[in-house]
Design a protein around this ligand. Structure first.
Ligand SMILES: [Zn+2]
Length: 567
């Protein structure tokens, strides 16, 4: 923005000339800019405070210089008064006076949020190495060469607060066209930009839901189907959707997240949106790319912190609420302690050597899964809920059984539930507190041969993929082909545990941490299989607080506490 009025007592700073169109000036300003952008518009580069190296794709963009916007061929002249723009509060008085004298004109247009998000997105899935080494491996360069990137710019407009303004005046449709010019110019041949315009109603939830489900999602689904046609089963690893959590109305963002939930999108989250506005800085470090699973997953709670974390009641909670939170937290700790005892009984039997665990009882997978079900004692079931204390609860053990191939296996969860009912025919679903599930490794019950086989299969992923690979979920399928369980959850969670361990420096490098955590983890945290889930859903119908407890590994030192619907 270069005010035309004289005199100009000092060289303008960025703050003096920077402006954003106000809400209802958006469309008009964008159209004026569009008129002045030609094919060869110059790219404005800005120093990047973060590290995000694109030199292998575009030698001109080093990690220290990234495209911020475009300069126009002659100034854009929207013809609007200075009041149509938001001006930087740090602008000098003299410029403030000058810009009001005549309608401001524009020399350049900047897209600071996009400028930080795009390089992170481009770099996000290939070439991102641990330890700050930005050099991609040879295979990654090849992957990158065949990667096709599609960017959907979603625009729309909504009813303005000021009823005298036309709704279309806040439309971002023309701005999306300008942004497409910027992306095409700044990243030529790399990104296929599509313009998805929703029309009126960006503030309305129902309008957003219809637009996203009827128009946007089918378009993205077509991109996915092309990948599936080309790569078959591999599509899951080759198709990656990222939703930018940068701006947009709450209704829009929620509609996007709900509609694309099943595609498990990555989330590009820019957490300092106005950094450029306030400080003139561009920083790719302000953008996080999160895996969906990570965004949904609560981290495990250390065993020793169970009571302090789960027993917390908020300011304003009643005394009864506080007591109940403390009791439930204590019972949770008892439940985990029971699981440790249950585990020790199995490992002790294995040490004694006289057992048929893997030769008979678990002949299919050779992997014991232990369960502990916590219920209210029969003698206490008449007490009102809030009067129960920890001594009113008892525990029932379960283990999976795989005695006969044709009859299938009996899961430990359902086994524990059966044990509890056998012990108390009066058991009701609302008397069930929760169930803990722990997977033991074959070697925990002395099955070395199988342990070796298992390590060979499962041990392939930490070394080849690296701890931050988004592909790990795929590589966790059990090589024995016998598990009926969904192990993908396990490894997404494991990843979180592994990374937190690596970050705390307890285990040297991230990779050695991954190896040792993997070694301890086995299939943990193990969520209920489809059949057990059916049973647990029926318990949750009357007892929505029924807990499912899982562990990071066989030590049981890190505990995941979920409800049935979260598994
Ligand atoms: Zn099951």
């Amino acid at each position: 923005m270069l005010p035309e009025a004289e005199p100009r007592p000092e060289d303008p700073t960025l703050a003096d000339v920077l402006a954003r169109p106000k809400f209802s000036a958006t469309a008009h300003v964008a159209e004026a800019i569009e008129k002045r952008l030609d094919e060869n518009a110059d790219i404005v580069l800005r120093r990047n405070q973060g590290t995000c190296d694109l030199t292998r794709l575009f030698p001109a963009y080093h990690k220290s210089m990234l495209p911020l916007g475009l300069s126009m061929n002659g100034a854009a002249e929207p013809g609007r008064h200075a009041d149509s723009y938001a001006w930087h509060p740090a602008a000098h008085e003299s410029f403030a006076a000058a810009r009001s004298a005549s309608p401001p004109t524009f020399a350049s247009v900047y897209f600071p949020v996009l400028a930080a998000v795009l390089p992170k997105w481009i770099n996000g899935f290939v070439g991102e190495r641990e330890g700050g080494n930005d050099q991609p491996l040879l295979a990654e360069t090849e992957k990158e060469r065949i990667t096709r990137r599609v960017l959907y710019l979603v625009s729309g407009y909504g009813a303005p607060v000021n009823a005298s303004h036309a709704p279309e005046s806040n439309s971002t449709e023309a701005m999306a066209r300008v942004i497409k010019r910027f992306v095409d110019r700044a990243y030529p041949g790399l990104i296929d930009v599509r313009l998805a315009h929703s029309g009126n109603g960006v503030f309305r939830y129902d309008k957003n839901v219809s637009f996203v489900t009827e128009t946007l999602r089918p378009a993205v689904a077509r991109d996915r189907d092309v990948v599936a046609e080309a790569f078959g089963e591999e599509w899951l690893r080759r198709f990656k959707l990222t939703v930018a959590l940068c701006d947009g109305t709450p209704a829009r963002l929620h509609a996007l997240m709900s509609s694309f939930r099943d595609m498990r999108p990555y989330l590009a989250h820019a957490f300092r949106l106005k950094r450029f506005w306030h400080a003139g800085e561009l920083d790719t470090g302000d953008v996080d790319i999160q895996r969906w699973a990570r965004a949904e997953a609560a981290p495990p709670i250390p065993y020793g912190n169970l009571e302090s974390v789960l027993g917390k009641a908020f300011v304003g909670a009643s005394l009864a609420d506080e007591r109940r939170a403390a009791r439930d937290a204590f019972v949770m700790r008892m439940l985990v302690r029971e699981m440790k005892t249950h585990r020790d009984a199995f490992t002790a039997a294995a040490k004694r050597g006289t057992h048929e665990l893997t030769s008979f009882w678990l002949r299919k997978t050779r992997k014991p899964v232990l369960a502990i079900l916590c219920v209210v004692k029969a003698s206490s079931s008449k007490k009102p809920r809030h009067e129960l204390d920890s001594s009113d609860f008892e525990f029932h053990r379960g283990v999976n059984l795989e005695v006969s191939m044709p009859t299938g296996s009996l899961c430990s969860e359902r086994n524990a539930i059966g044990n509890a009912l056998a012990a108390n025919p009066g058991l009701t679903r609302k008397d069930m507190f929760g169930i803990a599930v722990l997977s033991l490794r074959p070697k925990d019950v002395g099955d070395d041969k199988s342990a070796l086989l298992c390590r060979d299969v499962e041990g392939t992923h930490p070394g080849t993929e690296g701890p931050s690979s988004p592909d790990r979920e795929k590589t966790t399928v059990n090589g024995n082909g016998a598990m009926s369980r969904n192990a993908s959850f396990a490894h997404v969670e494991l990843l979180a545990a592994t990374e937190s361990r690596a970050a705390s420096g307890a285990n040297g490098t991230a990779e050695s941490a991954a190896m040792s955590a993997d070694d301890l983890a086995g299939l943990n945290p193990l969520r209920p299989c489809g059949a057990c889930k059916e049973w647990l859903n029926k318990i949750a119908e009357v007892n929505p607080g029924f807990r499912v407890v899982m562990f990071s590994d066989v030590t049981c030192d890190e505990v995941y506490v979920k409800e049935v619907g979260q598994c």
